[in-house]
Write a protein that binds this ligand. Structure first.
Ligand SMILES: [Zn+2]
Length: 88
């Protein structure tokens, strides 16, 4: 069972959350300049590391706030929870 540390509510069961995917993916500065392949890569291609991964979560069954954490993809260890937009 995975417990996620919501920055506002504290540790809660993972069933209260939705995963929002990789954190820190920048929106293209000029999206009209992208061809279909580049646009598809921006939309669908994400890192898939074996190790620490920076990802977004939303507390859907709680405060409904977005935040990011670093999760180890092998051990599911969680560290560094922070609100979205909070600088590292
Ligand atoms: Zn919360």
């Amino acid at each position: 069972m995975l417990f996620l540390p919501c920055p506002w509510c504290g540790p809660r069961d993972e069933t209260e959350f939705r995963n929002g995917g990789e954190a820190g993916v920048a929106y293209p500065t000029d999206p009209d300049a992208l061809d279909d392949a580049a646009w598809a890569e921006f939309l669908f291609v994400r890192a898939n590391p074996e190790g620490w991964f920076h990802e977004r979560w939303v507390h859907t069954a709680g405060c409904r706030q977005w935040f990011s954490v670093e999760r180890h993809t092998v051990t599911n260890e969680i560290r560094d929870p922070r609100p979205i937009g909070d600088p590292a």
